[in-house]
Design a protein around this ligand. Structure first.
Ligand code: ZN
Length: 257
């Protein structure tokens, strides 16, 4: 994997953003394998497909590519808010690929995949509508809140220029597939409780430590009147999926991080 972007491609484009688009797409087509099944390369959609940029000819999974110059940060600027929320509620949403690069050296610094089943509406932030003066006045864009995605859903192929072994990436992605839940409300609960588990510092934790998130969770899910029971139910799901283990006497252990 070569982290350099090919600048010769960009020179024929007047707009900088178009040039970047062409460079990052070419880089992905030439360097990226399918993180789901390990297929050696990804295919580009030929026509301007509105929903995705790449697909795997083996497992048929689809990917959308976004890029950003500079630091990774905690937000990714994305397209229209309504379209994004509608997309994550449907099954046809592609996995999300995100790339950051250094402007001066035109070198990839980070490249990560976020599988589609990690997206819930709470991870999408509504931006202010464009002003009256803008060409698309009133248009509302969105940000993807990267930090609201559990770490199990941020799978790095390149992290701070260090390239992860392909085997590791594919196995992480397959493990994360255990968390795939179609129904959005159920997915929200699982992601929220997983996020609580992740934020506890140790490898072991008690049920009391998780109950400390009761207030936060009840603010997120005001319709639920028995938060503690819901927490225990979600912990059971995480156990059944192999992410935590019950070690007895109210003690839990993190397995997959
Ligand atoms: Zn594949």
């Amino acid at each position: 994997m070569n982290l350099k972007l090919d600048i010769s491609l960009a020179e024929s484009y007047k707009s900088a953003s178009q040039g970047i688009r062409v460079m990052t797409e070419k880089w992905t087509a030439e360097n990226m394998y399918c993180p789901r099944c390990g297929e050696v390369s990804l295919q580009r959609f030929t026509n301007n497909m509105p929903v995705a940029d790449f697909y795997c000819s083996n497992c048929k999974n689809e990917y959308e590519l976004k890029s950003k110059k500079g630091k990774l940060g905690d937000k990714i600027v994305d397209g229209a808010y309504d379209a994004m929320v509608e997309r994550i509620t449907s099954d046809t949403n592609p996995d999300f690929m995100f790339l950051t690069y250094e402007k001066e050296r035109l070198e990839i610094t980070n490249f990560l995949v976020i599988p589609k089943y990690f997206f819930i509406p709470q991870m999408i932030e509504k931006r202010n509508p464009l002003s009256e003066k803008a060409r698309r006045a009133g248009w509302v864009g969105c940000n993807i809140l990267l930090n609201n995605i559990p770490q199990q859903g941020r799978i790095y192929i390149v992290k701070n220029k260090a390239i992860s072994p392909k085997k590791e990436v594919v196995s992480k992605l397959n493990l994360s597939k255990q968390l795939e839940i179609g129904k959005l409300s159920a997915r929200g609960w699982l992601m929220d409780v997983l996020h609580c588990v992740n934020s506890l510092p140790g490898k072991e934790f008690t049920i009391q430590e998780i109950y400390k998130f009761e207030n936060i969770l009840s603010q997120k899910h005001p319709e639920n009147k028995n938060i503690r029971a819901k927490i225990r139910q979600q912990l059971q799901i995480l156990r059944d999926k192999g992410f935590i283990a019950f070690t007895g006497r109210g003690l839990y252990q993190k397995i997959a991080e």
